[in-house]
Design a binder for this molecule. Sequence first.
Ligand code: ADP
Ligand code: GLC
Length: 498
Amino acid sequence: MKKTKPAPKKRGPVKSAKRLKVAFAASEAVPFIKTGGLADVAGALPKGLSAQGCDVVTVIPLYGAINREGLVKTDLEFYVNVGNRAYLTEVYKGKFDDATPVYLIHNRELFARPNPYGDENGDYPDNDRRFIFFNLAVLELLRLLKFRPDIMHVNDWHLGLVPVLLKNLSKGDFLRGVRSVLSIHSLAYQGLFPKESFELTGLPPELYSTDGVEMHGQLALLKSAILFSDGIAAVSPTYAKEILSPTLGFGLEKVLKKRKEVLTGFLNGVDMEEWNPEVDPLLPFNYSAKDLSGKAMCRAKLLKVAGLKNIKERPVVGIVSRLVGQKGFDMVVECADELMQLDLTLVVVGTGQKKFEDFFSELKIRRPDRVFCHIGYDDRLAHLIEAGSDVFLMPSVFEPCGLNQMYSMIYGTPPVVRATGGLKDSVQNWSPAKKTGTGFVFQDAQSPALLAAVKRAIKTFGKKKEWARLVINCMARDFSWRKSAADYKGFYKKIIAS
Ligand code: ADP
Ligand code: GLC
């Protein structure tokens, strides 16, 4: 049979796949300002989304502590009404990378302060006004930029009003109909303010109800976001389940159950430009799984900085943490004497509750031969501890995701963790029989369980071949943002389609 040439297909104009437009707002982001893991995520996920082909605009407040070098003051200036006051708003521009701009919103009276949320006297008393202002300013900025996102992605209570505001825009508003996604990094902080603060929002009075923004007689910002956002993502799959129970729902479990069909959980990723032992500029020596000699040198450096003896056989146990109850330090206090009888050295950097700061400071005085602690926030030391320790200790009572355990694995430092939230999702218990696993996981939030896990770690550390395998297992894990950013993009598409 004679072969006939297939007729050429008719081609219309080439359609390029529509790029998703995402506006991402958070109260802190690396490299501009950081008090915790939220900043690591807000500094990395937008880049991950850009790499996934999204057009992302990020917005954070311009706090007094942010270094303005490298930022450009834009000519955008506008007023935001909060209650009966109008606040002059200035906008600066920076970037995470060439594809990912960041806008920083400034008002001198509200943000030119040394810290983002409070000082030695506690939270700033006008945090309601500050963050209501920020929520309103984010939306106004998008209008002025003429950036109408397909998804408005907000984080934690600080941006809790945005989903409500989006659902209550007047007809014809440029942003009307924009869908929102809430990431829950922690339910422990809910943005609760007195009833009077509601007036600052400018929302219609009927919204101050149990079906709206009110909870137990207060304006409840995180609750509002849970009720009004179109999609909710907890920062790990396990945390997404845990928050439906009264223990970890912190009073919001019922509201979350109502939104169960739009609730999911994605494990955070790691910014491999910031946390990668092969290139980390904050480390005195770099290394990789192929050549760990740099890790041994980091260990020596860490012990030197700490003023501790470098004994090869004695494992260095590192802690980098906010020193708060959530992180399981009550258990550490409880078993401190037994812990100190073990053949280990403890190296700690952290700040937080006074009782834990005092505990570690006193432990250092009691056991100067075995313990080093630095009470404070020190990025360089944090990186050195991740790299120079043998074991990383993170015994959290609850942990929505946790980043340090992932950093420690990437740095070849197997973690001891409790099976909760993102710790459970990211650390696999070491099995000596199968030679699988990346750390030491314990179940009960009780000090004997913690102690037993530390003992297992020390025992395994003594078996050089097993330990080497464990370290390799850790370093082989891929914690980059690629997967999570793709998951978020898929989630956005589902929400847009629904
Ligand atoms: P959380 O956000 O609950 O504090 P994460 O593990 O998600 O916990 O993130 C904590 C982040 O803060 C990590 O990047 C960690 O390295 C950093 N960090 C915490 N405490 C300190 C400290 N004292 N000095 C330097 N970095 C710290
Ligand atoms: C919160 C959580 C922590 C999480 C971080 C980033 O601070 O306590 O577990 O890793 O947010 O999502």
